[in-house]
Design a protein around this ligand. Sequence first.
Ligand code: B12
Length: 459
Amino acid sequence: MYPLATPPMGIMYLAGYLRQQIKDVEIKLINQKVKNDRPEDLIKTIYEFAPEIVGLSSSTVFAALIPEITSKIKEVLPGSWVILGGPHASSVRKQALVECNGLDIVVPGEGEVALKQVVESYPDKNTLANISGLIWKDKSGEIIENPGPLPIEQELDNLPFPAYDLINVEDYWKLQSMTPIPPRRYLSLVTSRGCPYQCMWCHSIFGKKIRFSSPERIIEEINWLKNKYGVTEFEFLDDNFNFNRKRVFQFSDLVKSKNLKLKFSFPNAIRGDLVNEEEAEALCSMGTYMCSFALETGSPRMQKFTCKNLDIPKFLDGIAMMVKRGVYANGFCMMGFPTETEEELQMTIDVANNSMLHTASFFTVIPFPGTPIFEWLKNNRPEKLNNFNYMNIDFAGAKINLTDLPDEVLFNYQRKANWVFFLNPNRIYRLLRVYPKPLQLIRYFPIYLYRATKNLVVR
Ligand code: B12
């Protein structure tokens, strides 16, 4: 299987913004997911560049690697400021400063404006007190959480394009992107931030108020990327691209009226129960060939409990509307919510299996810190968090069971979900017909086999 990584959109946005706002700023971007250097080589590269500010970005999956990196950076560059941002920083907030020697600042959320203000504050640490929402360590080592929200750019159209020149885009064309088809020439787009839904397992990096780039701005970015890299395929990474249906129509109309001849995949961005016939037509007629749909749970009680509140019949209709127009439909399901029963696990298996989805993942529920599910467990099932230490957990092999069922029962349902779903001859036939590179499917068989025999998939 190919290693999994998409272009680091967050860091490229930050770099683009710093360049726009600050004169003579020099930036280097290292993506360890691509470079995979040993920690000592990474530190050597940072030392040789000798930056005044080192920004780190990480998800919680890689949290255990951060303390060694921050303390070594401080060792070799004692005058620098070391900042952590991204999903993990947004999840654990000031705890990161407790855990990571050498770390000076945490940016818990959307980073462009806050990072610019941090850079402008350098080297006077006292001025960090003026940046609302920032979490930092003062000279005496005290951790300070500035009151108020982080400053953010309300109008996404005002953000400059991501700084693509800091990466080698071709590196990413050899890796697995979020779209479950083999590596190809594509680039990512993030055209909205925030999501108004309250799903209990989800992060809140961008808050609950959704903001959108305009359709014209998306086209401008696409044209820029098309001219620069000759790319005609784009992958949307928004949390909720279709929350504003009018924008979907406007964007689709623009793509068609300009005769752009593009291909689009939505491996993360479409809420299935919002899709109706007109929207499906708009999405497909502009070139959408792949779409993920997140069922998460087939149980109406769990839908309520988790605050996803998906309308399951409408969701199934939405998938069918896209599939009948030739789209490859991938599904996301989660198994093992607190209080989930065997009957409810079976409902997820049944709904997924009876849907028009071509492929699906059946993840084990993982309580990331900073999410409502983590708080729920703290208050209602604290014992479930006893063995969950993100600093000391093999996320890929974690056997996490938040239900009140025995482990074996939960994991058997998860294995069963994979067997039932993938060993459905009708599904295999439909998958072979719709999959863009059917021969390449062979590469994915070991993964599905592995999932069906072991419990090693996390979310
Ligand atoms: C694309 C994506 C992936 C891709 C690739 C990620 C990559 N870069 O290689 C893939 C498919 C590999 C992936 C996998 C997983 N992902 Co993912 N993924 C995303 C997704 C949908 C988009 C990321 C993105 O580009 N966002 C847009 C940019 C603009 O935002 P950003 O990167 O967060 O950056 C902004 C801020 O965070 C901040 N910032 C970021 N870095 C820094 C650094 C500094 C110094 C500063 C100041 C600020 C700052 O400023 C940026 C600009 O505003 C997010 C959801 C989301 N909406 O973000 C989930 C998300 C990051 N993933 C998540 C998870 C849980 C996973 C998995 C564990 C899921 C699984 N089932 O296995 C795996 C991990 C696998 C692994 N081993 O890496 C969680 C992370 C939660 C956490 N606490 O870590 C998220 C937030 C989704 C969620 N619903 O909660 N993912």
